[in-house]
Design a protein around this ligand. Structure first.
Ligand SMILES: Cc1cc2nc3c(=O)[nH]c(=O)nc-3n(C[C@H](O)[C@H](O)[C@H](O)COP(=O)(O)O)c2cc1C
Length: 177
């Protein structure tokens, strides 16, 4: 069972830039794609910037519905993450093909992916740069986290199928002088 996660802490989930699974839904059909080009833009409400290519099937659904869920997977899901990013929802149902479990979100139509340790329900607040840069500004409306997952080891894409696995936490003093 996931528990609600404070919006004020969402930036900490994404700041290191983990590879994510983005779910969208259009006309009652959900889809999922892998995405690594994501950045934090503000603390609270959490605002994210995301680059999603218009070549992807997910792009049209995101542009039309202005909703998505950012699902954060851990290293255990690595093979599925790569598989989901190398095929299109135009042709297959990726939830069935990769054994991912969709769960209803609270504030948006696209589903949460149960296997991911955190899920962020988002709405598009600005698509002005979608035409030129495939860039969308998202606001996180609701965040979920699995409290049983203590040190989630996230994947960070280096390109060409190479990833850094993150998971060691360090606390360093940082006082402004
Ligand atoms: C590790 C990884 C990272 C990716 N990052 C992005 C990304 O940041 N933006 C993007 O548009 N596509 C990215 N992709 C490609 C999409 O996931 C891929 O084109 C996918 O097939 C699109 O699915 P769809 O057609 O069902 O939307 C990535 C793929 C992989 C494997």
């Amino acid at each position: 069972m996931k528990k609600s996660f404070p919006l004020s802490k969402v930036y900490g989930l994404l700041e290191p830039g983990p590879v994510v699974l983005v779910t969208t839904a259009q006309k009652g059909r959900a889809n999922v794609m892998t995405l690594s080009w994501l950045t934090m833009m503000d603390f609270e409400p959490p605002i994210l910037g995301m680059v999603m290519s218009d070549q992807n099937y997910s792009f049209a659904a995101l542009k039309a519905t202005r909703q998505c869920v950012i699902n954060i997977p851990t290293v255990e899901l690595g093979t599925k993450v790569v598989g989901v990013g190398n095929c299109s929802g135009r042709r297959i149902d990726k939830f069935t093909a990769f054994g991912l479990t969709p769960r209803p979100a609270r504030m948006v139509a696209p589903p949460l992916i149960d296997e991911c340790y955190a899920n962020l329900e988002c709405r598009v607040t600005d698509a002005h740069m979608a035409k030129r840069y495939n860039f969308f500004v998202l606001e996180v409306l609701k965040a979920w986290i699995d409290p049983a997952r203590k040190n989630p080891r996230t994947l960070h894409h280096l390109g060409r199928g190479r990833f850094v696995v993150c998971g060691k936490t360090m606390v360093l003093p940082s006082k402004k002088k």
